[in-house]
Design a protein around this ligand. Structure first.
Ligand code: ATP
Length: 248
């Protein structure tokens, strides 16, 4: 039997400022253990979709006006972002959002704030993060604001890991990073997926890299899913090649 999906987004609509309809009925699923790519151009609605799931729209005067979002069998639209984190789903925001004046390690420790299992367990997970990101171990005493873009992205993912998530919503991890670093980060995403069992929904404009690592993909255009499929099938799709992979 096929396991139930971890995340089911069912026909959601999102409106900003009561008038601007940005998501026009988006549906998607993330299977247990999946790495799902949400693809599309700048402004298609990828960030809005992730924020709708993690309930971060209110601060931007956005709201889900239709549809449902089910995480591990429970509807989650009315949960606070914190409660969703406690249930195992956390978002890593676009642009990384480290606390620039804190050290790398202090940033990582802020990720454990929802936990109640004591400092020994938190220390163990800090070591786990450092095992996945050896650069962060080297830079642990550095002020995060002075580390490189790649290191800040690693810190943001590491901080999310400190909440012991079963699912990470990862917004545009490749943004502003050199190709080699992007590969490095996606390699770690794949390891976290296969060894720690973390499922991922990742928003990416970089279709090439996302479809190299994802198991499944959705393409969003102007607030609608226009195409979805197994990552290998999308890589071979002529429209995807022409419009998103830059090989006509
Ligand atoms: P990006 O790559 O820039 O993150 P995206 O695909 O994630 O693009 P969104 O950021 O979700 O797209 O934006 C989708 C649409 O919603 C855009 O037209 C954007 O202008 C609009 N939008 C986003 N945030 C707001 C807001 N707070 N108020 C009004 N409109 C917004």
């Amino acid at each position: 039997p096929v396991a139930d999906p971890v995340l089911v987004v069912n026909n959601i609509e999102v409106i900003y400022n009561h008038v601007i309809l940005v998501l026009k009925g988006v549906s998607l699923k993330v299977a247990e253990g999946g790495i799902v790519a949400l693809l599309g151009a700048n402004g298609a609605g990828k960030t809005t979709t992730l924020k709708a799931i993690s309930n971060l729209l209110r601060a931007e005067r956005g709201e889900v006006t239709k549809g449902s979002i089910v995480f591990r069998g429970n509807e989650v639209q009315n949960l606070s972002p914190n409660d969703l984190v406690k249930r195992g789903c956390i978002q890593v925001m676009e642009g990384r959002h480290c606390f620039g004046h804190l050290s790398v390690e202090e940033n990582l420790l802020t990720g454990a704030y929802t936990r109640r299992d004591g400092s020994a367990a938190v220390r163990r997970d800090l070591e786990l993060v450092y095992d996945y990101f050896p650069r962060l171990r080297e830079r642990r005493r550095s002020q995060a604001g002075y580390t490189s873009g790649g290191e800040q992205q690693m810190t943001a993912i590491g901080r999310a890991l400190m909440s012991r998530p079963t699912m990470i919503l990862l917004d545009e991890p490749s943004m502003g990073l050199a190709p080699q670093l992007v590969e490095e980060i996606f390699e770690i995403v794949q390891q976290l997926n296969s060894r720690e069992g973390v499922s991922f929904l990742l928003a990416e404009q970089n279709t090439n890299i996302a479809l190299k690592y994802a198991t499944y993909g959705y393409i969003l255009e102007s607030g609608r899913i226009v195409l979805d499929g197994e990552a290998h099938a999308l890589r071979e799709n002529e429209d995807v090649k022409e419009f998103y992979l830059g090989v006509g």
